[in-house]
Design a protein around this ligand. Sequence first.
Ligand SMILES: [Zn+2]
Length: 104
Amino acid sequence: MKVPKTIQIGAHTFTVWLSRNVADYDGLNGDAHFIHQKIRVWSKLPPTRRLECLIHEVLHVGCKVFAGRESVTETLLDGLGEAFAQVLTHLGLELDWSDIPEEE
Ligand SMILES: [Zn+2]
């Protein structure tokens, strides 16, 4: 399945990017900018980690849009991202990132 260039979350359309520079040494592998409506995933992650990271970032936005919560813990979203990634991978989902641009 091709990763969509945009993801609709509530009334908002977020663009999806791969990034070489989004990661840090504290375990950050991606981020979601609500104002810029942009989700970035670290380009160096292996496929299943990219999937988990994308889900994690979508959940960040979803918690804000649908539940009005910005204070959801990273631990919770890490666990949910991992759970969804496990199920989707087990169902045979493989993401094709070839349409996703990489920012500098
Ligand atoms: Zn997070």
